[in-house]
Design a protein around this ligand. Sequence first.
Ligand code: ADP
Length: 440
Amino acid sequence: MNLENFGRQVHEVRRNTQLLHHRVSESPEGQQDLLAEAFEELRTALEELHVAEEELRQQNEQLAIAFHQTATERKRYQELFDFAPDGYLVTDAQGKILEANYAAAHLLKISKNFLIGKPLVSFFPSEERRAFRYQLQRLFDMEGMQEWEISIQPRQGDIFDASLTVKTIRDNEGKPIGWRWLLRDITSRKQAEEKLNKIQIQNLKLQEVSLFKSQMLAVISHELRTPMNIILGFSQLLLRRYYHLLPPELREMVEKIVQSGKHLLKLIEDILDFCKLETSKLELNLQEVNFVELVTRIVEELKPLAERKNLTLILHSELKNPNIINDRDRLQQAVTNLITNAIKFTETGGVFVEIQQVKGDRLVLMVKDTGIGIPESEVAHIFTEFWQVDKSTTRKQGGVGLGLAIVDKLVRLMKGTITVESKLGEGSTFRVELPMSSEQ
Ligand code: ADP
């Protein structure tokens, strides 16, 4: 039942009443009957009216409820609008502000009430206003949301970078009647982008420098290695063939040449290795290696070095299956380096090398010493190239701080890990964990 129906019913009752009145006035003799009939019809009509009235009342109630719900919803949306974290504005088709929330007022540094009625363009720096007006014209023909970045000149304070998102409001015929705007301060995003940009540029430059450095070092090292090998070879030959013929003074000189030559060659080899590892040019030559046999041989070779310092050098292995798949020469290089370091940085006591089997088809090599140890603050840097705790040791014992950096990179290439635990004055333990097979 709606208002139209109700009106129709009232009209019907009125028409019936008139008809009755007409009939009564035309035939007065049948008045009794007609009156009775009229009352009957009136009663029926009244009953229908009553039903209609009841229905109308119910509809009214429902309308009131719907109205209340709509008002609550509207209030909720108004609150969402008012207290949204981003600035929201509604303008008419000329860009005059009709509605604004608190965030917008806060961003534009003006009270919400004063914001209403102002042209949005008045919050842009003068040099950007023309471009903005032009954009507005174009917006009329655009569908969907548009977004652009712009500078905002608030009523007080400095200009800031903002992003504006806009959507056209249209009437029922689709004619644009205004815009909804979302205003967001993007200063920190811009700053972060700028920083990131700078860092990326710096990174690129660093990568270039690093690549250049590695390539240059590789060339130099290669060019140095050949003549160095020749110098070393001839000096060794000189010593071997003419040892007894050489006067002691000359012999000593040639021995010094051999000693320094070896030193220099080792350094060149280290630099070359490091460059290759850094530029991922080093490939492992994988083969079956008896790891225990290999470490035993290295320990035997280094024993004289330890004995010269009155140090013990002991090896203990618990490996059930000593055969692993790895690069023999590179394993030898890494293990030799760790044991040599342990001897180099230990004055009393000794070095204990241990091989263990661990779960998940991996083995562990531990090199423990009772040496000078590494200060806690240095442990994190120990695998960085050219890093040395005490440079004076270098002068005394040789080395430039490339050994551990190479070991670290080699172990990683072998899909293993290396860690160190150390206590200053008590000693260090280097722990290398390797897969039984370094194949892919
Ligand atoms: P190098 O031995 O040529 O100096 P490394 O890369 O092998 O270079 O070692 C870097 C530094 O780490 C050493 O200079 C030393 O300070 C420290 N270091 C390495 N091994 C030990 C160890 N076993 N005990 C104490 N310090 C160590």
